[in-house]
Design a binder for this molecule. Structure first.
Ligand SMILES: Cc1cc2nc3c(=O)[nH]c(=O)nc-3n(C[C@H](O)[C@H](O)[C@H](O)COP(=O)(O)OP(=O)(O)OC[C@H]3O[C@@H](n4cnc5c(N)ncnc54)[C@H](O)[C@@H]3O)c2cc1C
Length: 444
């Protein structure tokens, strides 16, 4: 069996790859792995850019443990099997008039995979997925599952909300959902300098704000999404926003955001000197638009052009400065970067290994087409972000190990101690997670 992540950058050849169809079967997989001294990696959709989910011995995927377990309509809390893919959730929640509070920009991920790396969307009034977690079930190396929540083993629950699959297998996830909502999306091309001068208030004023800047251009595409109840009229100038035909929306995302991008990055990869011209043409071809659609349709865009990505979570107030420094680095080094830089935000949360732990956060993501070498670009961007106290996304490329991560997460040692308690043999891990959590001696 060969495992390959979404970008194709990570490969693994596990001895055993299992897709259990019941908790009992999963339990047997874990006990026999522990008896044989084999290490286990849970994997969701393989959408992480690092080897965090890759394993040489046993890999376990929960695609067959998917769907809703229970819904508490009064509290709007929904319990899911942990293998549920994000793309299936809108249809599962629709009969209850519920939705996920916020989402990132794609939806193939498994719920457990998304939560385990602190996956996030954008919006200063919202946390990432892990901040909406109200309960989970965790199966340890002995094949026994424990239920965790703010009232059942709260200290373990607290630390286990973001755990990169090194505490055990998450089998069930309870989330605080919200009433379903529409988004009115406004996409506007803006001067980058003006935007950076005004970034904080603009991000604070919107429900969801993000922007894309194509290097070598002076403008950015801003996306501002306003939440409205289904059937509710939008405020002020948004009252007239037309409901966008689903097919047209999809066509736009497929043809403009994927087809045109593929052409541009292929051409840029073959002839790098053309990249600045291509980026300017691409940016000038984007036009302003306003439309309305169900929240999940607006948040998510299919990503067909493969890339590698690094994303840092920097203190909110440092965001504009970090972007200006990255821009200066690109210009001074003469690199040609075809992929846009993506900037988002999230509210501070209380999840110990969340990238937004105890601070409002700006997320700054850089990408390179899969055929282009990312090493030098990512190295320099990482240096800039680290100077500002940035924390790397747990599922995206970075070079940090336990020594540096310890400084970034005040409860890092508590997490390592819990890991030692729940999984003393470090069954759940690989060489990569060992470097993250300081298990240099237990290398498989
Ligand atoms: C095109 C693309 C777009 C993306 N967009 C965003 C975005 O908008 N926002 C964002 O924050 N991130 C984004 N990401 C990153 C992505 O959300 C994370 O890397 C996420 O963890 C991937 O989910 P997955 O199901 O593929 O998990 P995997 O990559 O398969 O695994 C991720 C981690 O979860 C663990 N895990 C998986 N299942 C379980 C389980 N049952 N129990 C315990 N641990 C488990 C794995 O061991 C691993 O440590 C994007 C990635 C891609 C490729």
């Amino acid at each position: 069996m060969r495992f390959r992540n979404w970008s194709g950058h990570v490969h693994a050849y596990p001895h055993t790859f299992r897709r259990p169809t019941s908790a009992g079967e999963l339990s047997e997989v874990l006990t026999s792995a522990a008896e044989a001294g084999q290490r286990v990696r849970p994997v969701g959709a393989g959408h992480s850019f690092t080897p965090v989910a890759a394993g040489d011995e046993v890999m376990v995927n929960l695609d067959h443990l998917s769907g809703i377990i229970s819904v508490d309509e009064a509290s709007q809390r929904v319990r899911f099997h942990a293998g549920t893919r994000l793309r299936d959730i809108p249809a599962l929640l629709a009969p209850f008039g519920l939705a996920l509070a916020n989402q990132g920009d794609v939806n193939p991920q498994a719920l457990a995979g998304a939560i385990s790396t602190s996956t996030h969307g954008t919006g200063l009034g919202f946390t990432g997925f892990a901040g909406t977690l109200t309960g989970l079930s965790l199966m340890g190396p002995d094949g026994t599952a424990v239920q965790l929540s703010a009232t059942r083993d709260p200290e373990i629950f607290d630390l286990a909300r973001v755990s990169l699959g090194v505490l055990g297998i998450v089998t069930e996830i309870e989330l605080q959902c919200v009433s379903s909502f529409d988004l009115i999306a406004e996409e506007v091309v803006t001067d980058l300098d003006d935007l950076l001068d005004d970034l904080e208030p603009r991000m604070r004023a919107a429900d969801h704000f993000e922007f894309y800047w194509f290097p070598h251009t002076d403008t950015a595409l801003t996306k501002t999404n306003t939440r409205v109840g289904p059937g509710e009229i939008g405020p002020g100038h948004l009252a007239e926003a037309g409901v966008r035909n689903r097919i047209l929306n999809l066509l736009d995302k497929e043809v403009v955001e994927n087809g045109a991008l593929r052409l541009a990055v292929e051409l840029g990869s073959a002839v790098p000197s053309l990249v600045p011209h291509i980026n300017r043409i691409a940016q000038s071809a984007v036009s302003d638009r306003t439309y309305r659609a169900p929240g999940h349709d607006v948040f998510v865009t299919p990503r067909r052009v493969r890339f590698n990505e690094m994303e840092y979570a920097v203190p909110f107030a440092s965001g504009a400065e970090v972007i200006a420094e990255i821009r200066a680095a690109i210009e001074s080094r003469g690199w040609t970067i075809s992929f846009p830089i993506e900037v988002r935000s999230a509210a501070a949360d209380d999840v110990p290994l969340s990238t937004a732990y105890e601070r409002d956060t700006m997320y700054i993501a850089v990408h390179r087409y899969v055929k282009d070498d990312f090493a030098e670009y990512f190295r320099v961007v990482e240096q800039i972000c680290r100077r500002h106290g940035g924390r790397p996304h747990w599922g995206k490329i970075h070079s940090l190990g336990a020594g540096e991560l310890r400084e970034l997460y005040p409860r890092f040692e508590d997490f390592c101690a819990l890991r030692n308690q729940l999984d003393p043999q470090a069954v759940f891990g690989n060489r990569f997670t060992d470097s993250l959590f300081g298990l240099g001696s237990r290398v498989s």
